[in-house]
Design a protein around this ligand. Structure first.
Ligand code: PAF
Length: 286
């Protein structure tokens, strides 16, 4: 099947109307492009969950702070189109900024207090931007299911919260992080890393693995698991941690002890690049 490509809301609605008339179940995979295998696994998951997969590619200016990488964020729409087509997506929606935020558009979705910690504390306004664009995409596409990656664990949690709080009729599926063979979590921002920085960046997954191993050996103190991660990160000169969060999965509030399901989330700067990673204790490997 050819990939249908839309850049305007009108084209998108017309194409979706055809799918709806045919009784097709629609999945949405929202992305900012620069797609890698991690995104493509979201498309694979979406295909298993629905008849038609809509992928959006939109570098959303609302979620970037004034000193962040909006201008240099990697973009390659033709490559993205080929990749999602090869994985069986039916429709690629790649709107312009003016199409998504026409002159005078000022309404925003304000997240609750769980958006103020961790990523939200380091990147004020980031989650307001994410929730606003995701809410718009949900209204535009009206998917039965939307698929997100677990690497952005706080984003996934806040989207679930928004869907529950604002009664969006959509199921949220969250797919585990995809890693390189050496443990590095896939990210569009890995493209910024020099070879030496890429080596430094491996400390994130190594730190998480150290904490997991302690946990598997019976350690349940959040402080000691956090210290294990911090020790690994501190051993790398070129890496500056923003936070190491040991938190419960509902609101990502800090915990003292760590039952199965506890999330350890890290953000760290490697050179000029900010990287995220996390693990859920008792669930998966790093
Ligand atoms: O995870 C991302 O790539 C973005 O935050 C999202 C969900 C596509 C919203 O712009």
């Amino acid at each position: 099947m050819p990939l249908v490509r839309c850049t305007t809301v009108a084209e998108l609605r017309a194409e979706l109307a055809v799918m709806r008339r045919a009784g097709r179940r629609v999945a949405l995979v929202p992305t900012m492009g620069a797609l890698h295998e991690g995104h493509l696994r979201l498309v694979d998951a979406a295909r298993r969950l629905a008849d038609e997969v809509v992928v959006s590619v939109f570098v959303n200016p609302l979620q970037f702070g004034p000193r962040e990488d909006l201008a240099r964020y990697p973009r390659d729409l033709e490559r993205d189109a080929t990749l999602v087509h090869d994985r069986g997506a039916s429709l690629l929606f790649a709107p312009t900024i003016a199409e998504m935020y026409p002159e005078g558009a000022t309404t925003r979705v304000r997240p609750g207090p769980a958006a103020e910690r961790w990523e939200g504390a380091v990147r004020p306004g980031h989650f307001e931007g994410v929730l606003t664009v995701v809410a718009k995409l949900f209204h535009l596409v009206g998917p039965e299911v939307a698929v997100f990656g677990r690497k952005d664990v706080q984003q996934a949690m806040l989207i679930r919260r928004m869907v529950a709080d604002l009664d969006f009729p959509v199921e949220i599926a969250v797919v585990p992080t995809v890693r390189e063979a050496d443990g590095l979590a896939l990210s569009s921002r890995n493209a910024y890393l020099s070879p030496a920085e890429r080596t430094d960046a491996l400390a994130l997954s190594r730190g998480l693995r150290a904490a997991r191993e302690l946990w598997q050996a019976g350690e349940r103190s959040a402080g000691r698991l956090r210290d294990a991660v911090a020790g690994v990160l501190a051993s790398v000169d070129g890496l500056v941690p923003d936070y190491i969060a040991v938190v419960e999965p509902g609101q990502l509030a800090p915990v003292a002890t760590t039952p199965a399901g506890t999330v350890i989330a890290i953000a760290a700067r490697v050179g000029a690049t900010r990287l995220l990673d996390n693990t859920i204790l008792g669930e998966d490997d790093v």
